[in-house]
Design a protein around this ligand. Sequence first.
Ligand SMILES: Cc1cc2nc3c(=O)[nH]c(=O)nc-3n(C[C@H](O)[C@H](O)[C@H](O)COP(=O)(O)OP(=O)(O)OC[C@H]3O[C@@H](n4cnc5c(N)ncnc54)[C@H](O)[C@@H]3O)c2cc1C
Length: 494
Amino acid sequence: MWDVVVIGSGIAGCATARELARYRLKVLVLEKGSDVCSGASKGNSAMVHSGFDPEPNTLKARFNVLGNALFDELCSELDVPFSRSGTLVIAASTDEMQELRRLQERGRKNGVETQLLTGGTLREFHTGPRVVGALFAPSGGVVCPYNLVIAMAECAFINGVEFLFETQVLKIGRDGGTWRVTAGGGREFYARAVVNCAGTDSARLNNMVCAEKFTVVPRFGAHIILSRDYIHGVDCTVTQTPKPLPSGGHTKGMGMIPSADGTVILGCDAVDHADPDDTAVPAESIRDIVNYFTQNWEHYPIARFVPVFPREGIIGAYGGLRAHCDRDDFVIGEPDDAPGFFNAAGIESPGLTAGPAIGQYLSTLISKRLGAVPKPDFYPGRHALKPFRGMTDRERAEAIAQNPDYAKIVCRCELVTEAEIRDAIRRPLGARSISGVKMRTRAGMGRCQGGFCGPRVLQILCEEQNLDPLSINQSGPGSNVLQARACALPRGRG
Ligand SMILES: Cc1cc2nc3c(=O)[nH]c(=O)nc-3n(C[C@H](O)[C@H](O)[C@H](O)COP(=O)(O)OP(=O)(O)OC[C@H]3O[C@@H](n4cnc5c(N)ncnc54)[C@H](O)[C@@H]3O)c2cc1C
């Protein structure tokens, strides 16, 4: 019997699990993917929103602002890079200026400080000549979302929380005063409390146990990535006011985001999907983003250094599915007719920002309901390796002297060493797939997108786990990288 079963290991689930780890509670996280962070939390725009966008008096507004305020301390505890570089929304017409004033007023109601810039103050941001004004929110920031979620999960794990992957929850029901959670393969878990952090599946789970139903639609958003060569002049996130896109939908506006890892993220669009697991980026999305930035490039400060949109700078594309709820707001808390069942449902944007505050809020409710006592030896951090690419020459020499695997570069684009890849596999809740290694080290995220380092990463995964190469997958069952042995290799080589 568990005290708490958390369903889903995105930012909402991992933040809640880490906060629950502060108490003497038996906590289990069930995740249908083969790694933490298998949903929207890994495929988003990486922006820590300041909170001027959500409708005032909504849960989105409340948890956005609360969550934003937690990032400095949280990221320092977890050793996750976080930059509060600010967000600039630019206007290229008088209509767009009106929109900026509307956003500023919303921000005021949400308690978010913003500055409306025109004339000389605007030019300090080096926006293009046709930009007539901008709204600057200094509290906006950027974080690497999967780095943060993995760090939260590691912290929860070393504080006693257990995780089960490839465990999809199919049913939830009551058994007397206990919750019965049924997963694939007929596995059953009993718990005093259940937390629904299941992203695009969160409405289905809620509707199984609560009279108040809602629906969640998977809403896809795509991004493209420019290589590190284009980071000059991209000092803060710059977005334009929301505009309709050829493929439909509404987003917060196309953004140019300086990623925490030094690349540039461009996106994103918004298109409703029928399949809650399909995150393949369609060609139309890439075309929309490329066309948008080709037409609007001159507005962005980067145009000082790179005069036209650099198609040759694109190194990748990715996307994610927002859990868009028909209530147009987050669903958070314990429904009246389901005591012990807690929702963090319909968490679409600004869910990455709100996640840490949602975790704090839910863990307070749950610990009260269960009468849990704090654990005096809770450790709020985790051990993170400094990436080789970020080391000074002296640090590199010291690292190599201590561990010669630091001298073996596996991913040349991102300068990832064999030592870091082995650590990513050995560490708590370590990587089990090519994509798991990629999220933890960035091996395969550079210009060649794993074309050169992929085979060596696969080999190291085999060596560390004593597995056959044919069993290694990209990101979970059914995504095996190698299909068959083409020929027999000499002994010890295959
Ligand atoms: C394109 C895009 C851009 C975005 N940009 C931003 C941004 O810049 N800033 C911001 O603040 N927010 C942004 N968001 C929103 C943010 O990413 C999400 O709100 C947040 O990540 C949701 O976290 P979550 O934990 O609720 O869901 P998820 O991260 O989706 O996690 C849910 C987890 O539950 C698992 N799961 C699902 N069903 C089951 C089941 N039945 N059993 C077991 N496990 C299950 C999934 O595999 C998944 O791992 C964006 C989202 C998208 C898609």
